[in-house]
Write a protein that binds this ligand. Structure first.
Ligand code: FDM
Length: 212
């Protein structure tokens, strides 16, 4: 019998919600329980496209808003062959940000609508589970100052949060909202429960296409 496919699991959320910490903990816990798992993140700053994006985020270069949006999407598409290969091999992928960040961040800019922002990512591998780490702006503020990169202001983050709320109304995506104000272990336990369910369900299903 062919090996069962891995699950595509995405963590999204506003800044300071603990996405990266939780992705790492999830991968470690899955591996320790004997389930092959790897972490990925978007943007993937290691590729040629990723380096253009990284320079833009670090404010070392300027890019026109539509252009950078399409680069973020291209940075996902360029990883699709290796993502599919790993999922086919039974490896579960835990992804720190995906097309939802792409649509939420650009559509929070003036002159952009969510619909246009979603288009370039239509047809990407569809996550089996998307967990949104929910944290109120006041709780995020208690976790310290924002960094120096582009988009790291409380005004912009509020606009992004509203766009995520719109995206979460889409019933074609398996959204789960996680209360990120719990302690690290509490958040991890919720994430682990949802992930084990998704892994069990995904193994007998074909990988879907996002927003199609
Ligand atoms: N971001 C991330 C986007 O604007 N579009 C995207 O498609 C993605 C994946 O880039 F501000 C934004 C979100 C965040 C920044 O930060 C990346 P991290 O710290 O590397 O996640």
């Amino acid at each position: 019998m062919a090996c069962k496919r891995g699950a595509l699991i995405v963590l999204e959320g506003v800044d300071k919600a603990g996405k990266t910490t939780q992705c790492k903990k999830l991968v470690q816990a899955l591996q320790q329980s004997g389930r092959p798992a790897e972490m990925m993140r978007f943007p993937d700053r290691t590729t040629t496209i990723g380096q253009l994006i990284s320079a833009y985020l670090e404010k070392k270069s300027e890019l026109e808003d539509h252009t950078v949006h399409l680069l973020f999407s291209a940075n996902r598409w360029e990883m699709v062959p290796s993502m599919k290969k790993k999922l086919d091999q039974g490896i579960t992928l835990v992804v720190d940000r995906y097309a939802f960040s792409g649509a939420a961040f650009t559509s929070a800019k003036p002159g952009f609508c969510l619909d246009w922002c979603m288009k370039p990512d239509v047809g990407l591998p569809k996550p089996d589970l998307v967990m949104f780490l929910q944290l109120s702006p006041s709780e995020a503020a208690l976790r310290g100052q924002f960094g120096e990169e582009r988009y790291e202001t409380s005004v912009f983050q509020r606009a992004v949060q509203q766009k995520f709320e719109q995206l979460m109304k889409d019933p074609s995506v398996n959204w789960q909202v996680i209360d990120a104000s719990q302690n690290i272990e509490g958040v991890h336990n919720s994430i682990m429960d949802h992930s084990l369910n998704a892994i069990n369900t995904a193994q007998d299903q074909l990988l879907g296409e996002l927003w199609k």
